[in-house]
Design a protein around this ligand. Structure first.
Ligand SMILES: NC(=O)NCCC[C@H](N)C(=O)O
Length: 412
């Protein structure tokens, strides 16, 4: 079965989209880490082995694993004009250091890669100066660049293995996001070509588009039910983007069943960059949570207004448990604190994504091995943990939920 179908965070996972970390992690200059939103340089071989185990754990549960790089290559295999169109957009957004002559050299270099899969991986990895012949007829900009410090002509996209963020599946459609940072915004181009040009996915409804003005990222978008969505107001997602997606869903697109959007205003900092870094659903009535967000969290409910183009907003003042009971239509939601309530363990394990779990089916979750305090608490709560190695992957500041985008889940 193809197409998108996701109406919860916990319904049995049938199909998921990943990206296996590739050479983009070799093109990470240490002095560029902050700009590229990474905290250390991972050891690629080990990161790949950890990622392969992640995929294997899911396959063992009957999940079909798709790879983003393969889907994009399939779109190009099916329609060579798609590859040409992609290349033009890619070059325009690549911020190529140097002038027109350099752009031409890069274009020829990429065009010379015949195999579409290799071509896609190269665009993800970035391009080093040493890989290309510097232009012979130099325009001034290219000439000036050849003496510059940077060894990269095109930046890598090291965050691509966090497939949760550049686009997000909701119901039968997708929010094709506009990212907060320049470095991650290029990632959304791959989603664009999958959802508009891949033979199986072209025509997927888009609830948001990458050319919109405000930023929204998939780590902030949580499917609570067929009709309710949670979205974080965070470092990465602006309230204005939530208003825009609400407008799109309620008034400007067809086919979305969402009737209520709960906006969760979380602290604006790197450790808690997305809602899913502090809060993930793990069972019908259970969530993991970073205790540091309790007390400060404001929650708004957005619904369709009475007149064309209007939305209604109200703020909830109940406890988070009560708000979630109401949003999910259950009784007695339980919040399980990361780090077992100990503030140092909570901060340490949240930093390494202790609250960022991927639910395979109600009560069964993928977790990082390194978060042993939180994992013990989850065992005691009766959860079935699929534990994955996490020494290298965690250096990018994302966990199992960040590294996965469900394409299909069974309805609850
Ligand atoms: N959903 C997530 O929290 N994704 C993790 C993204 C980590 C990445 N290094 C970033 O800063 O965007």
């Amino acid at each position: 079965m193809k197409g998108i179908h996701v109406t919860s965070e916990i319904g049995k996972l049938k199909q998921v989209c990943l990206h296996r970390p590739g050479d983009e992690l070799l093109n990470l200059p240490p002095f560029e880490l902050e700009r590229l939103l990474f905290d250390d340089v991972p050891f690629l071989e080990v990161a790949q082995a950890e990622h392969d185990r992640f995929a294997e754990l899911m396959r063992e549960q009957g999940v079909e694993v798709l790879y983003l790089e393969k889907l994009v290559a399939e779109a190009f295999d099916a329609d060579p004009t798609a590859r040409q169109d992609f290349l033009e957009e890619y070059l325009a957004e690549a911020d190529i250091k140097g002038g027109k002559a350099m752009v031409q050299v890069v274009r020829e270099y990429l065009e010379s890669i015949e195999d579409n899969f290799e071509f896609v991986k190269k665009t993800m990895a970035g391009i080093a100066k040493s890989e290309i012949d510097m232009p012979t007829a130099l325009d001034f900009e290219s000439m000036a660049f050849s003496g510059e410090q940077s060894d990269l002509v095109i930046d890598p996209m090291p965050n691509l293995y966090f497939t949760r963020d550049p686009f997000a599946t909701v119901g039968e459609g997708v929010s094709l996001n506009h990212m907060y940072s320049v470095t991650r915004n290029r990632e959304t181009l791959y989603g664009k070509y999958v959802f508009t040009r891949h033979p199986e996915y072209a025509g997927t409804a888009l609830w948001y588009n990458r050319d919109a003005k405000f930023s929204i990222e998939g780590g902030d978008i949580l499917n609570l039910s067929k009709t309710a969505l949670a979205i974080g107001i965070s470092q990465r997602t602006q309230a204005a983007a939530i208003e825009q997606i609400a407008q799109n869903i309620f008034w400007k697109t067809e086919g979305c069943l969402i009737e209520k959007i709960f906006a969760f205003d979380i602290p604006n900092n790197r450790a808690m960059m997305h809602l899913d870094t502090v809060f993930t659903q793990i069972d019908m009535d259970k969530f993991t949570i970073h205790p540091a967000i309790m007390g400060t969290l404001r929650v708004f409910e957005i619904t369709k207004g009475a007149h064309e183009g209007e939305i209604e907003v109200k703020e909830h003042t109940d406890s988070l448990e009560k708000i979630l009971d109401y949003a999910l239509g259950v009784d007695g939601v339980k919040l399980i604190p990361c780090g077992g309530g100990d503030p140092i363990a909570a901060a340490r394990e949240q930093w390494n994504d202790g609250s960022n779990t991927l639910c395979i089916q109600p009560g069964q979750i993928v977790v990082y091995q390194r978060n042993n305090v939180t994992n013990d608490v989850l065992y005691k709560e009766g959860l079935d943990l699929l534990v994955m190695p996490s020494a290298e992957l965690s250096r990018g500041r994302g966990g199992p939920r960040c590294m996965s985008m469900p394409f299909q889940r069974e309805d609850l």
